[in-house]
Design a protein around this ligand. Structure first.
Ligand code: NI
Length: 202
């Protein structure tokens, strides 16, 4: 399996390089650098979750505003903090347009992420960021709708809280109508993300 994965990666890299050559050499990063083409893809949808004060909230509560959503978990050692930092910074870079956007962190680890701890965590990345959690069934429903993959790892001993969670890391921009407005790849960086956001709001 590993060998097949490596071969697939090499093949993908080869295709990318060849593609760049066909287009006349490596392309400069454009404003659409972070944007993933989602034409025809059915991503997103209704959800009901719980905010950090324990109140139930649904996607309908956000109608009329944009949501910039990231799925992850607060105990994540590297990827989540990096991505959330980029989201916060991107909102600052996007200027006044970002006032129409609510940054949202949805945990894939509701057993550990809730209440004040979760509120403190998200606030560190952006003063307006909200954290959403819920019952495992709620999280499974919303991750399914958003095509998020996650898998809880094994703790060091039964019952320990030191497990890792494997998960995909995309950034979703949901429009005021509740529909996906743009999908951004993870690790795009704040600048590319800000450009993508501005482009989607234009
Ligand atoms: Ni993470």
């Amino acid at each position: 399996m590993l060998a097949a994965g490596v071969i697939a990666c090499l093949l993908f890299a080869f295709v990318l390089v060849q593609g760049a050559r066909l287009l006349g050499g490596p392309q400069p990063a454009t404003s659409g650098g972070a944007v993933i083409n989602t034409a025809g893809a059915d991503i997103g949808g209704p959800f009901t979750l719980t905010d950090t004060s324990g109140k139930r909230v649904s996607d309908k509560d956000f109608r009329g505003r944009y949501m910039l959503i990231y799925f992850g978990y607060s105990y994540c050692p590297d990827v989540c903090p990096t991505e959330l930092q980029a989201m916060g910074r991107a909102l600052d870079l996007a200027g006044p347009a970002a006032d129409r956007i609510v940054p949202v962190f949805i945990t894939v680890d509701p057993a550990r992420d809730k209440g004040k701890d979760l509120a403190d965590y998200v606030r560190a990345f952006h003063p307006r960021m909200i954290g959403l959690t819920g019952a495992r069934e709620d999280i499974d429903a919303v991750t399914k709708a958003y095509r998020v993959y996650y898998k809880l790892g094994q703790p060091s001993k039964p019952g320990a809280r030191d497990y890792l969670v494997d998960h995909t890391s995309f950034v979703y921009l949901i429009g005021p109508d509740g529909k996906l407005a743009a999908l951004f790849r993870g690790s795009s960086g704040a600048d590319a993300l800000a450009e993508g956001i501005k482009g989607a709001l234009r």
